[in-house]
Design a protein around this ligand. Sequence first.
Ligand SMILES: [Zn+2]
Length: 101
Amino acid sequence: MATSDSSGVLRHTDELKRVQQFHEFLQGRLPNGVTVVGNPPRMTADDAFSVIWFLQEVSGLISDSIEMCAYCGTLFDSHKEGHIGEEKNHCSPMCEASDGL
Ligand SMILES: [Zn+2]
């Protein structure tokens, strides 16, 4: 299925797409056609990613290769693009796009 997210963050893998969608949901942005009883969560991007981190590192429900770029906030699969590095005086995940800046 083609990805159509206008920010360009949905790419490469279905799992990445699912995690991105979940990350958006935790910030109150529901996918088209999705409704919830009551109010959707309203987390910050960092808080939302902490939930994903728990599902990765503690629960093991999500691949731990999915990272949030420390520079632009994009989620990406570090097995396929970007890297976890110390460039630019940071030790943090960096997506492919930010890596080229
Ligand atoms: Zn980035």
